[in-house]
Design a protein around this ligand. Sequence first.
Ligand code: HEM
Length: 453
Amino acid sequence: MDIPPPSDLPARVALVTAPMGVWGSFRTARRNLLGLIPEIATRQPIVSGRTGKRWHMVMDPEANRRILKDAVEDYPKSDVTKLILAPAIGQSLFIAEGQHWHWQRRAAAPAFSPRNVQALAPVMTAAAERAAGRIAAQAGRAADLHQEMVAATFEVISDVTFSGSEAFDRAAVHRAIDAYIAQTARVSFLDIVGAPMWVPRPGRLTSGPAMREMKRVADMAIEGRRQSGPRHPPDLLDLLLDGEDPETRRRMNTAELRDNLLTFIVAGHETTALTLAWALYLLAFDEGVQDRARTEAAGILGDRAATAADLPALPYLRQIVDESLRLYPPAAFLSRTARKPDRLCGREVRPGDTVMLPIYALHRNHLLWRDPDRFDPSRFADARAIDRFAYLPFGAGPRICIGASFALQEAVIILATLVARFRFRRVPGRTPDPVLILTLRPEGGVWLEVERI
Ligand code: HEM
């Protein structure tokens, strides 16, 4: 059902133009959740319907502001989100609500302060250097840059969470998380259409042992660090161990620390890898943009890898990352459940309605973006020109991604390092397909010819 894109537009998905029944939706969603988004969602502010449950898709900045900020208490995260993620990450920051969310957010916030995120940059620089080494070994042929970016971002997140713990088997945790995501993501559609709880969700039945093992290993690593004391400079585990809610003085116990650290790994590494993989695809798609990026990066870096101190001198690289997050937002679909009667874009919302924010359609909505399917990093040359609630790769309001500046810093450091050293070219016939299964992935990988500069 995917149409080959016209050659001047990067990869996109053919959105549906005719209504689908429950069964049609089910089949589509198992393959690609993007297939549930109707084409009119890129031309209208709201689309509503009923597939088992009443639902609304919202693509309007004012309504987004209401859902995510002004009336945030009335739009808790949907049961879907909680059902999928709770077995892996408990009642951690990502899914907790109310008081239990609030104290954790306050306790974790200092770990992500600008100063602490900057202090973690050397880990990102080192991962960029190692990724460049691996890619250099593949120069002269095609490489799957998506796999390379997954490896690089997993190194970063595991080094800043459980670095140096002997008990922490990086490869085993990576496998457990991948298996978990692969199993649960495919059944999430049952939850979206509101299938009753007794319908078996295969992922949830089989993910048990891998998950238990991962939690056991993480607990051992946390206990080990309590004994050994903080590292210098402190990593995310040290900062969280040190974290305290200034209002209640509450600190996280081992289980809470573990659930939050696993949350950072699950929420942080694949999303950042996807940002980088799509950015590299886009640079190969438009070699003019790539040349300009290389001029900027190589001029600043010479032969060395990028550091946090270089970021202010790399504005075009940052625009490329911003534009990649617009065209291929890794978290392409946010979902809430309405708690109270309300009106959004003049439409009636009833308690229990599912309110979806299809970020993919928001970022390609013709009412909000000029020529939305086109790759044009210069849209972000003046960040103030972008409506805050029209561009939501990290969400917004009190539940905005806590790791946004961490992810942006990492993405620019790695991308700048790579583009300064390599030329990336498209491989004919290997355009990646955007597929949404929990995150927006390039199906088939991002295969690019790599040439050393
Ligand atoms: C490019 C990379 C990333 C993207 C696109 C992304 C996207 C998002 C989005 C859209 C949300 C809000 C979800 C909602 O409102 O339903 C979110 C929340 C969150 N993200 Fe990220 N994220 C990224 C990287 C990270 C990193 C690196 C970390 C941690 C190290 C992280 C940790 C979290 C946490 C803990 C939350 C929940 C915050 C709360 O509810 O208080 N994310 N992320």
